[in-house]
Design a protein around this ligand. Structure first.
Ligand SMILES: C[S@@+](CC[C@H](N)C(=O)[O-])C[C@H]1O[C@@H](n2cnc3c(N)ncnc32)[C@H](O)[C@@H]1O
Length: 266
């Protein structure tokens, strides 16, 4: 088949499976398989394509695997991060958290990203706030390997720490603790089947949704210097519980206007 025919067929199949925007995704898959930027497809409509390679990508997408895992990458805060099934796919709402704290990080600040996953938060802020120093912690070693890969590729100097939540961090040493923690209650019916099936359990679930956030809120004051900041993302509907744990915190919204993160100053 030609490229155009394949894209037409693939977009019909994707649309039939409820994947939207179907045509765009078909084009992205084709460009990935051919190893060219998507815009290069314009001139190649009548070129014959390696149908087998293309079909195996399409089948993965039709089975519900997220596009980012198939491509092995996801854009976050203007940069491309490598991802695989051992890390959460970085989300746009987390970019709002990053944006909210960036201007508050000073040269020389010591900062920790707890549950770093792909390294999206620590790397974006290490590069966005030059002169800040970073520790990126995770309990998952496979995730830390991806964070290392991303830090090296993007030229960010961050130290990686294998630990459980705030473990191994020194008292009164940090200017910023930031986290997009696991905050979904096991069994939450709002979780999409795609996320549930493909993204790592460790990245998603916390007892009652709030257990990890509670550990951050109770542990952070001891680790933060005077004037230090705890910034964390939370799930839809958790703002009241978070405000109770962190009295006086500022609550921020994502681009759709939903309350999704808190910034608390010591
Ligand atoms: C929601 S993901 C966030 C990933 C990344 N920071 C982001 O925003 O895209 C939560 C991360 O916390 C990590 N995690 C889960 N339990 C942890 C624990 N007890 N201590 C440290 N990290 C943990 C998971 O492995 C996962 O990488």
């Amino acid at each position: 088949v030609t490229l155009k025919e394949w894209i037409d067929q693939a977009s019909a199949a994707l649309a039939g499976a409820g994947v939207e925007p179907a045509r765009l995704e078909a084009e992205v898959l084709a460009a990935h398989a051919l190893g060219v930027p998507r815009v290069a497809l314009i001139t190649q409509g009548f070129t014959p394509v390696p149908e087998l390679a293309l079909s195996s990508l399409l089948e993965r997408r039709l089975a519900g695997e997220p596009l980012a895992y198939i491509l092995g990458r996801k854009e976050f805060y203007g940069r491309e991060f490598m991802v695989n099934a051992s890390v959460l796919i970085p989300r746009p709402e987390t970019e709002c958290l990053v944006e909210a704290v960036k201007s508050r990080i000073r040269v020389g600040s010591l900062c920790a990203d707890i549950g770093t996953g792909s390294g999206a938060i620590a790397i974006s802020l290490a590069l966005g706030a030059p002169g800040s120093r970073w520790i990126a912690a995770d309990i998952s070693r496979p995730a830390l390997r991806i964070a290392r890969l991303n830090a090296d590729r993007l030229g960010a100097h961050i130290g990686l720490l294998h630990g459980d939540c705030l473990e191994f961090l020194r008292p009164n040493s940090l200017d910023l603790i930031i986290s997009n923690p696991p905050y979904i209650s096991p069994g939450d019916p709002r979780l999409s089947p795609e996320v549930k099936r493909w993204e790592p359990e460790l990245a998603l679930y916390a007892e009652s949704g709030m257990a990890f956030i509670e550990r951050l809120a109770t542990g952070a004051p001891r680790l933060l210097r005077d004037g230090g900041i705890l910034a964390l993302e939370f799930g839809e509907g958790q703002e009241r519980a978070v405000t109770e744990l962190l009295p006086g915190c500022m609550i921020g919204a994502d681009l759709s206007g939903k309350y999704r993160f808190a910034v608390w100053t010591q």
